[in-house]
Design a protein around this ligand. Structure first.
Ligand SMILES: *Cc1c(COP(=O)(O)O)cnc(C)c1O
Length: 430
């Protein structure tokens, strides 16, 4: 396998782009590789600029639930583009996608489209603060909500990988209004939320964590969170940028039957184009400008191409048994990988739910950020390189999930299992 074209491009990119990448995890530093430059993708296969093919478990970090270059989505984008790509004025497609989101996501009565998950979460907390007149945002260690200043406190994703506790450039005055507490711990939660010296506007969380690897909270924990926030008048925000339209058509809130006040979406609803959204209860959403005083705007928001790609994607997801088939297939794969882990001579914990899974290289049960951090990232790097050499493209960090899509065939999932077993053996021999 030669990667000389990728190496060449990486050198060219580094001249003019910081780190050669437009998002830090793509640089692959924590797995000791240089990035592959991708030429094309189809179904569950990605092809790099050297012509190497890989079975893809990154799925553009979540959006590609229907597989890459799905013919219906591509056709819709092409047709829509012929009519012009942006007008800075309302278009009919926005109504269609908004209606679909309102119908799908239990908590959403009104929705506003933006251009990324970061924009969605950033606005959701502004809205919660505007609505309650309070300042403190409670988040959870290891949850990632994009890169707005307020969230760069013990965040997951690239920050977990790079070991950056926060980030220079984020004023202390801003993060002093963010409180980050342990995920999945009812006692800490109750103590924090009941603390009357705190002026809490909202609690935001990933209802299943994906950005410290896959961590599924106890259902009772989510229930407790809902009843406490309701009792105390705190706005509950589910950041469903990953889980929305992923665990079920109505996201984690449908999956667990727990309804937040506000929901943020992204990734899947853009069908591979840049989109985010936030929505929720009418009374809260009516605080947004121009109906209310809380400001949020966007030149390209509700972009017709992105709306069309979102609509085409959601139509695919509406097919009968889509989620049952996907979750059954992924669940079976996770079960087999769990057995591979149990047979292995190294310590591995397999966490999974729906079509999300993470193998943590640790002997501890992974239930929160601290236990996730016990994972051996050197081993993950070794595993990553092993798998890549066998044509399997995993996330270049221990603290991410593998995404299974509708396009993965049982042969491809069997290859994942077989190569995982081989890789674990190789790691144990080292
Ligand atoms: C990816 C992600 C975001 C940020 O979305 P971007 O489109 O990358 O800005 C926010 N929250 C969660 C849970 C995410 O996984």
């Amino acid at each position: 396998m030669t990667t000389s074209q990728s190496e060449k491009m990486f050198a060219l990119a580094r001249r003019v782009i910081p780190g050669g990448v437009n998002s830090p995890v793509r640089a692959c530093r924590s797995v000791g590789c240089d990035p592959l430059f991708i030429k094309s993708a189809q179904g569950a296969t990605v092809v790099d600029v050297d012509g190497n093919q890989y079975i893809d478990f990154v799925g553009s970090w979540g959006p590609m639930i229907a597989g890459h270059a799905h013919p219906e989505i591509i056709e819709t984008i092409k047709k829509t583009a012929e009519y012009g790509t942006s007008f800075g004025a309302p278009t009919p497609t926005e109504i269609t996608l908004a209606d679909m989101v309102v119908e799908a996501v239990p908590s959403v009565e009104k929705v506003r489209f933006v251009n990324s998950g970061t924009e969605a979460t950033m606005t959701a907390i502004r809205l919660a603060r505007g609505y309650t007149g309070k300042n403190i945002v409670v988040k959870f260690d290891g949850c990632y909500h994009g890169h707005a200043d307020s969230f760069l406190v013990k965040a997951g994703s690239g920050l977990a990988t790079l070991g950056i506790p926060g980030s220079p450039g984020v004023p202390e005055d801003i993060v002093k209004n963010t409180l980050s507490i342990a995920y999945n711990d009812s006692e800490v939660l109750e103590k924090t939320l009941r603390d009357e010296s705190l002026d809490i506007a909202c609690v935001i969380l990933e209802p299943v964590a994906g950005n410290m690897g896959c961590i599924v909270p106890d259902r009772d924990y989510l229930k407790r969170l809902r009843s406490l926030t309701e009792e105390l008048g705190i706005v509950l925000i589910f950041d469903e940028v990953i889980t929305g339209f992923r665990l079920a058509y109505g996201g984690a809130q449908e999956f667990f039957g727990i309804i937040p006040d506000l929901t943020t979406l992204g990734k899947i609803i853009g069908g591979g184009l840049p989109v985010g959204a936030y929505g929720g209860k009418r009374a809260i959403m009516d605080q947004i400008a121009p109906d209310g005083p809380v400001y949020q705007a966007g030149t390209l928001s509700g972009n017709p191409l992105a709306m069309a790609a979102g609509i085409a994607t959601l139509k695919i997801l509406q097919q009968p048994r889509f989620y049952q088939n996907l979750n059954d297939k992924a669940g079976e794969c996770a079960e087999r990988l769990r057995k591979v882990g149990e047979r292995a001579a190294i310590d591995v914990q397999l966490n999974s739910i729906g079509s999300l899974l993470t193998a943590f290289f640790t002997d501890q049960r992974v239930v929160d950020f601290d236990s996730a951090m016990t994972a051996d990232t050197q081993r993950y790097g070794h595993h990553y390189r092993n798998m890549l050499s066998q044509g399997i493209y995993l996330a270049p960090s221990q603290f991410e999930v593998a995404f299974i899509s509708a396009a993965h065939t049982s042969e491809e999932l069997k290859k994942l299992e077989k190569m995982t077993e081989w890789s674990f053996k190789k790691i144990a021999e080292k």
